[in-house]
Design a protein around this ligand. Structure first.
Ligand SMILES: Cc1ncc(C[n+]2csc(CCOP(=O)(O)OP(=O)(O)O)c2C)c(N)n1
Ligand code: SF4
Length: 279
C-alpha cells in the first residue's frame, strides 16, 4: 500500500501569493503576472524551486504577488543579485523581472554584462517606455518626441535604446518579444525562455495607461513575427533592421554554453587567507 499523500496538480493559481496587486486599473503588468504564472504551471516547476528577483518600479513589485521565492532588491541591481543567486544555488530556476527604467537606465551596464556572461537566467523586462512609479519621466526606450508636461517639454530628442539589438550584440542566448495583450502567447514564450539554457531576454510590451494612455493602441499594433526563430546571428541581426518594434515571438536562440563555474568549498579557516593579505 502506498501511503504517500497525492501530489496536488500545479496550475497558474498555485504560483500566486494571494497578495492583491496595487497596480493601476488597466496596467499591463497584471497580464504579465498572469502570463508568468501560466508559464510556471506549464513548466510544472515546484514553487519552492523558483526564485524571482526584481529591482524597483511598479513592475518590480511582481515577486510579492508570486508564491515562489522572491527578492525585491535595489533599483537597477536585480541582475547582479540574480547572477550571484544562480551561481550559489544552480538547482534553482532564477527569473529576473523589472521595468525599462530599472533595466536599461540605472541597470544598463548590468544588462550588457548579463548578456555577455550568459548565466542561466530568464530576464523579463516589462517595457512601458516610461518611469511609471516616479510619475512619468522619460525612460531609455521613450521615443524622442514624447512630451510630458514640464518634465520633458518638446521631448527628450534622444534616440531610444533598442533592447533586442543590444541583447543580440551583447551575447544573449535567447531573445524574444511578447505583449501583455496576448497572455497565452507570452506564457508560451516565457516557458521557452526558461527552458533555453543560458541568458534569456524577453521584452514584454506592457502599457502604463496612467502616464501613457495612448499605449492602449498597442494591442492593435502587435502582430506575430513573420519568421520562425533563428539560431544564426547574422539572420537575427538583419531581421532587426526591419523590426517595427511590434512583432511578437522568438527572434534568436543561440547555443552558447552557459557560464557555470565549478563550485568550490568555502574555506572554514580564514587564517591562511588573512596571511596572504598581511602587510
Ligand atoms: C538608486 C535609485 N534611484 C532612483 C530611484 C527612484 N525610482 C524608483 S522606481 C524608478 C523608475 C521605475 O521605472 P521602470 O523601471 O521603468 O518601472 P515602472 O515603474 O515603469 O514599472 C526610479 C527612478 C530609486 N528608487 N533608487
Ligand atoms: S503608474 Fe503605470 S506602470 Fe505603474 S501601476 Fe500605474 S499603470 Fe502600471
Amino acid at each position: 500500500m502506498n501511503d504517500a499523500a497525492p501530489v496536488a496538480k500545479l496550475d497558474a493559481r498555485s504560483y500566486k501569493s494571494g497578495i492583491k496587486p496595487v497596480w493601476c486599473p488597466g496596467c499591463g503588468d497584471y497580464s504579465v503576472l498572469s502570463g508568468l504564472t501560466k508559464a510556471l504551471a506549464a513548466l510544472a516547476l515546484p514553487p519552492e524551486e523558483v526564485a524571482v528577483v526584481s529591482g524597483i518600479g511598479c513592475s518590480s513589485r511582481i515577486p510579492a504577488y508570486l508564491n515562489t521565492y522572491g527578492f525585491h532588491g535595489l533599483h537597477g541591481r536585480a541582475l547582479p543579485l540574480a547572477t550571484g543567486l544562480k551561481l550559489a544555488r544552480p538547482e534553482l530556476t532564477v527569473l529576473v523581472a523589472g521595468g525599462d527604467g530599472d533595466g536599461f537606465s540605472i541597470g544598463g551596464n548590468h544588462f550588457l554584462s548579463a548578456c555577455r556572461r550568459n548565466v542561466d537566467l530568464t530576464y523579463i523586462v516589462m517595457d512601458n517606455q516610461v518611469y511609471g512609479m516616479t510619475k512619468g519621466q522619460a525612460s531609455p526606450t521613450t521615443d524622442p518626441d514624447w512630451e510630458h508636461g514640464k518634465l520633458t517639454p518638446g521631448g527628450t530628442g534622444i534616440n531610444p535604446f533598442q533592447p533586442l539589438v543590444i541583447a543580440l550584440a551583447s551575447g544573449a542566448n535567447f531573445i524574444a518579444r511578447a505583449s501583455s495583450s496576448d497572455p497565452n502567447g507570452m506564457a508560451q514564450t516565457l516557458a521557452d525562455a526558461v527552458r533555453h539554457p543560458g541568458f534569456s531576454f524577453v521584452q514584454v510590451l506592457s502599457p502604463c495607461l496612467t502616464f501613457r494612455p495612448e499605449q492602449r493602441e498597442w494591442k492593435q499594433r502587435v502582430h506575430p513575427a513573420p519568421e520562425e526563430a533563428t539560431s544564426d546571428l547574422a539572420t537575427a541581426a538583419s531581421r532587426l533592421f526591419t523590426d517595427d518594434s511590434f512583432y511578437l515571438g522568438i527572434l534568436y536562440k543561440g547555443d552558447r554554453k552557459p557560464y557555470a563555474p565549478e563550485r568550490r568549498q568555502a574555506p572554514s579557516d580564514l587564517s591562511e587567507l588573512e596571511q596572504a593579505f598581511m602587510i
